[in-house]
Write a protein of this length. Structure first.
Length: 115
């Protein structure tokens, strides 16, 4: 670590020990995306905290955020609606459960319809 790398050490309490060496935390390894055959996705409808509007939730995705975003984009494009991908779940606007389950099983995912 160079002496000019002061921004990464902001908010650190310094020691009076002359042998003290500051070490930065290493990034945790990112979770690898499981293949579609091993994914167990649940497709359900949700109306909570959405002013009565219905959304389709796809839950249970295990993998990187980039792969989740790519899958969400594919689903939104095929359904012709908007949505988002956050926190390991995909939100698609409207009641699209049957269409989303059909698309996911066509892609090789192990998807089942929830409520």
């Amino acid at each position: 670590m160079t002496q000019q790398d002061w921004k990464s050490r902001l908010g650190v309490v310094y020691s009076t020990n002359p042998d003290f060496q500051y070490q930065t935390e290493q990034e945790a390894p990112r979770a690898e995306t499981l293949p579609p055959q091993k994914q167990r996705l649940t497709v359900r409808i949700d109306r909570r905290q959405r002013a009565g509007k219905q959304v389709t939730l796809v839950e249970g995705f295990v993998g990187r955020d980039e792969d989740l975003a790519a899958l969400a984009k594919t689903l939104k494009t095929q359904c012709g609606v908007g949505g988002t991908a956050k926190g390991g779940e995909i939100t698609v606007q409207g009641d699209q459960r049957d269409k989303v389950v059909a698309l996911l099983t066509g892609m090789g995912y192990n998807a089942k319809r929830g409520n």
